[in-house]
Ligand binder design. Sequence first.
Ligand SMILES: [Zn+2]
Length: 355
Amino acid sequence: MAGGEPKPVGVAADGSLPLPWLREPLTQALRLDRSHALLVHAPQNVGQLELALALAQAWLCEQPEHRPCGHCNACRLVRQRSHPDLRIVVPEALRLQFEWLGDDDPLLRASAKPSREIKIEQVREATEWTQRSAGSSRGRALVMYPAEAVNPSAANALLKTLEEPPGRLRIVMAGGDPEHLLPTLRSRVQRVRIATPAATQVLAWLDAQGVAQASRALAVAGGSPLAALALHEAGLDEQVLGELPAAVARGDAQALLGKPLPMVIDLLQRVAHDAMARAAGAAALFFDPAQVPPGAALPLLVAWQRELLRVARHDEHPWHAPLLVEALVTKGAGCWPGAAAAAHRSRGHSLHSAG
Ligand SMILES: [Zn+2]
């Protein structure tokens, strides 16, 4: 595993928030102090998990006011994710991505396939934990993310705990559009929507993280500041992103090799979206319209989109899958019959030598 220790979570020792735009939704969520089950949500990833963890930190904080303080013993333990009264439930694939791994973690064994769902075993384990007596007078906090990853049997196992949380348990689920949540869960949580942060605030934050001139990355990331930062950290800078639609159209997967598969699929879905928009005479949403090659065939784009969706839903793929990425890009290039042929010629292959 690269990168050393995982980043601490929650509010820092100096009281600063992990993301500056979470102040208002945190205050709003803390006002709902009689709700024992909350859903913090936003259509894009603007830091729902970060908010849920800051909220759990506030619930467990030992200070009489201005919770979470960030520096009391409880806050410190939450920051390290080691507070005995905090339980965080995420899919295995996210534990791998965040590097939240224990010693001799079964996920590190080659045979283990990381799931992208929150499974019934995880919920059972968490609900058993909630039955045991709470350690501190502040009660317990259960954080689940992403809420829409809770599969139906896991949701059923969770219903009783959501309706009648034992002791002083409080639950916060974090996720995307509540419409994607199972209705049984949706009806049992109080919602807190995180408003989309202002672009100026996001761009200033990205700049402070070392992502200068991030407006293209932010557009390509569908407006999610965290996804824009992830693109930067994966080495996909402004220029690479700008040239991506043309690269895909000529079947060049180079820029995407070695990147996490979910990121690659998101990017290809956005290329497909903008190519469709262009083919239909509408405006591109993610990429610079001038850099989306014209001439793609709509029916082929539809088939490519469908294939991308199918792969996105499939749980079995490894995190990095170069052959799969090559195949998806090749299929994408097939949507631009002219561009692929031109690239073929420019690589020096003639029809004769190709046989
Ligand atoms: Zn504290």
